[in-house]
Design a protein around this ligand. Structure first.
Ligand code: SAH
Ligand code: SF4
Ligand code: F3S
Length: 441
């Protein structure tokens, strides 16, 4: 009998990928996914522990399912992901209605753990097993899918930034062998995928290919039908010559790079244990732009890290002014249990709020300026879905800008050359360049 699985995903793209794999694993047990928790036989929260707010959401979300569980005692409730890893037993204690807890490195055991919860028992697995979960997951299904996909190639982190829980929740850095990645990528392309984003907490530290991440990208570029390659997230210290060169001459590698720096003050970078200076980061950007002058950069920033002064914060603003980001994510520092920075003198909350506002004002202004500067330029759009208006399609440019285009000759998965004609608050408008349009179906 088919049963229904509702999965809610929090956090980073890696969790999005993991949720897909968990849904596929449960597919083998007769589960199909639903987007309505009230119809579900199993509810799975794939959680994020990166900031306190993210972690706390899990408990409020679980609270919302109390009624459902009371009405339907057979309903299974599971917690997966990074909160599961960090707080496994505490979750069981705080929310007795949770049937199972599974960490990010052991979710290949989800079907077996679910079996164990029949007749009311609890199951918890937050091991970092020796075996590679990807090798223990069943082959991925062959069904058609949309034009873009994530593909995890590297997981875990050995960098231990002083603020971050990831090395504890995801474990040590591991790379998947390139041949396995190639097989999965070919399968995705056969199923209709045109753009693959390679994922890893430190994706540019990938070592599953003799040529590192650059070697893997060049091999992927040989797959017919795969039109675009992206990767995220990179650490500045692992950005090697080969990868910089790939940005210059590998056509399928898109001119967009997420390269978090977190802060612009050397004192703070040192206390964050980022092991590079602001100057080294700026030099790296220069080299990247020398290889690919139109590269769009994106970053992550933390404001109010312990002992950050106004002068330190000004250094961050100055670095942002120097780089000019196409997009960015910024956060108030959040104390995470067990991380070294949580023990340091904290910046008052109102200071953090004020700095975040000023930082975001600058980032939004830059983002808008770079987006407006696209008007008049020609880009290629990969169509992902129909627009809200009839006869309209929406897709992404090379630079990851959303672009609306009026067209009756394209469908999902097609690429088209368009000229940008205007820039709105969150997207661009493009017009087809008929003589150049390159429809691939
Ligand atoms: N591996 C990636 C990022 C992982 S977490 C990297 O090294 O860049 C994503 C972002 O969350 C980080 O870049 C950082 O900006 C933010 N972050 C991580 N821990 C945080 C904390 N304790 N408080 C606030 N933001 C945090
Ligand atoms: Fe966290 Fe730093 Fe590792 Fe990124 S590099 S996952 S911020 S410890
Ligand atoms: Fe969150 Fe874990 Fe990703 S803590 S950001 S879901 S690696």
């Amino acid at each position: 009998m088919t049963k229904k699985l509702f999965i809610k995903t929090y956090g980073c793209q890696m969790n999005v990928y993991d949720s897909e794999r968990m849904a596929e694993a449960m597919g083998g047990e007769g589960y199909v996914t639903t987007d309505k928790p009230e119809d579900a036989d199993m509810i799975l929260l794939n959680t994020c522990h990166i900031r306190e707010k993210a972690a706390e959401k899990v408990y409020s979300e679980l609270g919302r399912y109390k009624g459902l569980k009371a009405d339907k005692p057979d309903l299974k409730i599971g917690v997966a992901g990074c909160v599961a890893q960090a707080e496994g037993e505490e979750i069981m204690r705080r929310q007795p209605m949770v049937d199972l807890v599974v960490g990010p490195q052991s979710y290949h055991k989800l079907p077996e753990l679910t079996q164990r919860t029949h007749n009311g028992a609890k199951a918890l697995d937050t091991d970092f097993p020796e075996e590679d979960k990807f090798e223990h997951l069943k082959a991925r299904p062959k069904a058609k899918r949309g034009p873009t996909a994530f593909l995890t190639v590297q997981e875990g982190c050995d960098k231990f930034c002083a603020f971050c829980v990831v090395p504890y929740t995801r474990g040590a850095e591991v790379s998947r062998p390139s041949q396995r990645v190639m097989t999965e990528a070919r399968d995705l392309v056969e199923r209709g995928v045109r753009e693959i984003t390679l994922l890893g907490q430190n994706v540019n530290a990938y070592h599953g290919h003799d040529g590192g991440l650059a070697g893997l990208i060049r091999e992927l570029a040989g797959i017919d039908g795969l039109e675009r390659i992206r990767f995220t997230t990179s650490h500045p210290n692992d950005m090697d010559e080969a990868l910089i060169a790939a940005h210059g001459d590998c056509e399928k590698l898109m001119p967009y790079l997420h390269l978090p720096v977190q802060a612009g003050s050397d004192k703070i970078l040192k206390r964050m244990n980022r092991s590079h200076t602001a100057e080294q980061y700026l030099k790296l950007i220069e080299r990247l732009r020398a290889a690919r002058p139109d590269l769009h950069l994106s970053g992550d920033f933390i404001v109010g890290f312990p002992e950050e002064t106004e002068a330190d914060f000004q250094d961050t603003l100055a670095l942002i002014e120097a780089v000019k980001y196409g997009s960015a994510f910024s956060f108030k520092y959040s104390e995470r249990p067990g991380t070294p920075a949580a023990e340091r003198p904290q910046v008052p909350e109102n200071e953090k709020d004020d700095r975040l506002q000023r930082l975001q004002a600058l980032l939004t202004k830059q983002q808008r300026e770079l987006q407006d500067a696209m008007v008049g330029r020609d880009v290629t759009v990969l169509f992902e879905k129909a627009g809200r208006l009839p006869g309209q399609m929406v897709g992404k440019s090379e630079y990851l800008h959303a672009v609306h285009v009026e067209t009756d000759q394209h469908q999902r998965g097609d690429l088209a050359k368009v000229r940008i004609v205007s820039s709105g608050p969150n997207s661009l408008k493009g017009a087809l360049i008929p003589e150049l349009h390159t429809a691939t179906a």
